[in-house]
Design a protein around this ligand. Structure first.
Ligand SMILES: Nc1ncnc2c1ncn2[C@@H]1O[C@H](COP(=O)(O)OP(=O)(O)OP(=O)(O)O)[C@@H](O)[C@H]1O
Ligand SMILES: [Mg+2]
Length: 284
C-alpha cells in the first residue's frame, strides 16, 4: 500500500524518505534540498513554504494545479532565475547556479536544433560541456540505440515525428551523465500511446543509470507509474499538501502497471489530495 504521509494544509509536510524521528539521514544522502521556500513575483505570492529533501537516486514527481509554482521551483534549482526568496535550495550541498554541469534539464518542447542531425543533437549538450568528440559520439550512439533511434542518426529533426524528437531529447538528456535530472512536463505534448512508450523508456534508462530526478507533470497516472514518490502541491500560492511513497515494485513496466488494481487505487487516493489542493487558491 502507498504510505500517505500527510494530506494536510501544513506547508511543511515531511518527505516520504525522511528518517524516523531521532534517526538522522546522512547529509550526503540528500541530493536536492529545498527548505522553507517562499517566493513572490511582485505582489503575487507564488510559493508558500515548500520544504523537500530528495535522497540521491530518488525519482520524485511533483503534481499540482497550473500556476502553483512547479516550473519556478525547477528554474530556481537550475539557477535559471534569480529572484529574491525566503528559504534555501541546495544541490549536492551547494547553492544552485546557472550552467551547473551536474544538472540536465528537459522540457515539454524538444528544443532540438533544426540544423543538426539526430546524432549531433544528442551529443550537443556534451559538446557544450567539453566532452571529447570520440567519447560523445560513442555515448550518443549508445543512447540513441537505447531510445530506439538506431538508423536515424543522420536525419534532421524536421524528418522526425514529435515522439522521435522527444526520444532524441531524452537521449541528449541522459547522455549528459548529470546526476540531477530536472524534467518539466517532458511528455506533456505527446499522444497517449507515444507518451506511454517514452515513459517506459525513461523508466528503463533511469533503472539502468540511477539519477536523482525531479519530474513535473499534470498527468497523475504518469507520476505514479514512473516515480518512487509523488508530491502534491496546492493551487497558488503553492504548498505541499501530500507527500506519498509509491510502493509499486521495481523494475517496473509502465505498460503492465496499467492492469494493476493497486496502481488504480493509488491514482484514486492521490487524485483526492489534488482536488483538496485546488480549493486553496488566492484566485478564488
Ligand atoms: N518571471 C516571472 N515573472 C512574473 N511572474 C511569474 C514569472 N514566472 C512565473 N510567474 C508566475 O508565477 C506563477 C507560477 O508559475 P509557474 O510557471 O511556476 O507555474 P506552474 O506550476 O509551472 O504552472 P503550469 O502547470 O501551468 O506550468 C504564475 O502565476 C506565473 O504567472
Ligand atoms: Mg510549469
Amino acid at each position: 500500500m502507498a504510505a500517505i504521509h500527510s494530506i494536510s494544509r501544513s506547508p511543511t509536510v515531511g518527505p516520504s524518505a525522511a528518517p524516523v524521528a531521532g534517526m538522522e539521514l546522512p547529509m550526503s544522502k540528500i541530493a536536492i534540498e529545498v527548505q522553507k521556500l517562499e517566493l513572490a513575483f511582485g505582489e503575487r505570492k507564488v510559493i508558500d513554504g515548500v520544504s523537500l529533501d530528495i535522497p540521491e537516486g530518488q525519482f520524485l514527481s511533483i503534481v499540482g494545479p497550473s500556476g502553483c509554482g512547479k516550473t519556478t521551483i525547477l528554474n530556481l534549482l537550475a539557477g535559471l532565475i534569480d529572484v529574491p526568496h525566503m528559504g534555501t535550495l541546495r544541490l549536492g550541498g551547494s547553492a544552485p547556479r546557472l550552467g551547473d554541469a551536474r544538472i540536465a534539464y528537459m522540457l515539454a518542447r524538444d528544443s532540438l536544433l533544426p540544423w543538426r542531425t539526430t546524432m549531433e543533437n544528442a551529443s550537443y549538450g556534451m559538446q557544450i560541456r567539453g566532452v571529447p568528440p570520440k567519447t560523445r559520439e560513442a555515448r550518443a550512439r549508445d543512447l540513441l540505440r537505447r531510445v530506439g533511434l538506431a538508423g536515424f542518426e543522420d536525419i534532421y529533426p524536421k524528418h522526425l515525428s514529435h515522439g522521435m524528437r522527444q526520444r532524441c531529447a531524452l537521449a541528449r538528456t541522459f547522455a549528459l551523465d548529470a546526476p540531477y535530472l530536472l524534467m518539466d512536463e517532458p511528455f506533456g505534448a505527446l499522444d497517449a500511446q507515444t507518451k506511454l512508450q517514452l515513459e517506459e523508456l525513461l523508466v528503463d534508462l533511469w533503472q539502468q543509470e540511477q539519477r536523482t530526478v525531479v519530474f513535473i507533470t499534470h498527468d497523475l497516472a504518469e507520476a505514479i507509474a514512473i516515480s518512487d514518490r509523488v508530491v502534491v502541491m496546492s493551487a497558488r500560492p503553492g504548498r505541499i499538501v501530500a507527500d506519498l511513497t509509491i510502493d509499486l515494485p521495481r523494475p517496473r513496466s509502465v505498460r503492465e502497471l496499467q492492469k494493476e488494481p493497486h496502481f488504480h487505487e493509488l491514482y484514486a487516493r492521490i487524485w483526492q489530495t489534488l482536488e483538496q489542493g485546488w480549493r486553496h487558491s488566492d484566485d478564488e
